[in-house]
Design a protein around this ligand. Structure first.
Ligand code: F6P
Length: 405
């Protein structure tokens, strides 16, 4: 008989639980299992009036009415999950905070025959928490508040949960997952926990269904072979941007990540025109390699005026660090951090785009596709094509696609 499993997420609001739940569902369904997510927030929105349950006091541990309503919501989902498992479901995912031991005990008592695996999500980065909150406050339940009020209200909600949070310790099966870095801090798992090998592997893997990795179009600096700086797209670059927009006209793009440089943002102007749902997020982690003392120089000028830099970089381009700037070797960490941030913020969206730069895109490609380090600085990154990347447990695809005529 097919094994049954309950996966109960644990974690403060905005810690990445729903993204993990959705990845788990897709991955386990790919294994032919019937999987369903039971999200307490959705039940709350079904049974409470929006504005009542969005107010922070609703979440206060000393508000008896709020506590009882939240227990009722949890119970509804436990019953729905039990029904699902009885009627052919294999894995029920409980997507809720479950931060107190008492709540976790209720879950364990509710499923005496089915193993419960707790996955605690921790988001260690205040900047990402802020970005995540700014996404949450776009929900209709905050529509009666200004963005500042909504942010304050959401932060207060988090504080209420933090006050009753008790770390996982007495559960038989659990992992504590850093959802930004995809690393597992603590874990305790009994042998024979069903589906554990695949779930464990998934939790630490980057999972991306369709990542479109684009380089900005032609700039004035590109024409001169001048490096760094913050130049604008040329007329030809703008034509490339338009071609990109046409190419993606029928593909939903809820998230487009760019660097803090003008040339990447300019690529989004036609692309996001007429797409009210497209969010453009500038991440400085995707800024082009900083060439330090060589910023704004042409390659010829560097070879002529700073021959020792030219020679040293030619000898070992990956390890060479520009004086006062960066090298591929030092770029790696910040670009990887950008990738993690983008994946976290996009919340497992089906399609995401990153518009980056030559060196940055080389690092992003090598993050997903193994390349020997010494070859990374030579990966060809054209301006009229993009890399379509799929990287899931069961599918790894890299395709270079032409978008410009
Ligand atoms: O030439 C465009 C550019 O993006 C520069 O700004 C950057 O310094 C360079 O590419 C990185 O490529 P490489 O490492 O091959 O010099």
């Amino acid at each position: 008989m097919e094994k049954k499993l309950v996966i109960a997420l644990v974690g403060l609001p905005a810690s990445g639980k729903s993204t993990v739940a959705s990845k788990l569902k897709q991955c386990l369904e790919g294994e032919g299992l019937r999987v369903a997510i039971f999200n307490n927030g959705n039940v709350r929105r079904e049974i409470c009036r929006d504005f009542d349950s969005s107010c922070p006091y609703f979440y206060a541990p000393d508000n008896p009415e709020g506590v009882s309503l939240r227990n009722k919501i949890a119970r509804i989902n436990l019953e729905r999950a039990a029904d699902f498992l009885t009627n052919g479901g294999a894995v029920a995912i409980l997507d809720a905070t479950n931060v107190s031991e008492r709540r976790r005990q209720v879950i364990k008592d509710f499923f005496p025959e089915v193993p419960v695996f707790f996955v605690e999500c921790i988001n260690p980065d205040p900047e990402l928490v802020a970005a995540s909150i700014s996404r949450k406050i776009r929900l209709p339940e905050f529509s009666h508040l200004t963005p500042d009020q909504a942010t304050q209200s959401f932060r207060e909600r988090i504080r209420h949960y933090a006050n009753i949070h008790e770390p996982l310790a007495h559960e038989k099966n659990f992992v504590v997952l850093d959802t930004l870095h995809n690393t597992i801090g603590r874990e305790q798992v009994q042998a024979l926990l069903p589906y554990y090998p695949i779930v464990r592997d998934l939790l630490v893997s980057d999972w991306v269904r369709n990542l479109y990795l684009v380089r900005h179009g032609e700039t004035a600096y590109n024409l001169d072979m001048r490096i760094g700086g913050d130049s604008d797209l040329t007329v030809h670059g703008l034509v490339q941007a338009q071609a990109l927009a046409w190419h993606f006209a029928d593909i939903p793009l809820p998230y487009v990540f760019v660097s803090a440089k003008k040339r990447t943002l300019q690529m989004t102007e036609s692309l996001c025109h007429g797409r009210p749902d497209c969010r453009v997020v500038a991440l400085p982690e995707f800024d082009e390699i900083n060439a330090g003392v060589c910023e704004n120089m042409t390659y010829d000028q560097i070879a002529r005026d700073m021959p020792e830099i030219h020679a040293a970089r030619t000898r070992d381009k990956y390890a060479y660090v520009y004086p006062g700037g960066e090298g591929y070797i030092t770029l790696k960490d910040r670009v990887e951090r950008g990738v993690k941030k983008a994946l976290f913020l996009s919340g497992n969206a089906e399609h995401i785009m990153i518009i980056g730069h030559q060196a940055v895109n080389r690092m992003i490609l090598s993050h997903f596709l193994f390349r020997r380090t010494e070859d990374v600085p030579y990966i060809h990154i054209p301006q009229d094509r993009y890399f379509h990347i799929t990287s899931t447990q069961s599918r790894k695809v890299f395709e270079l696609v032409k978008f410009n005529g």
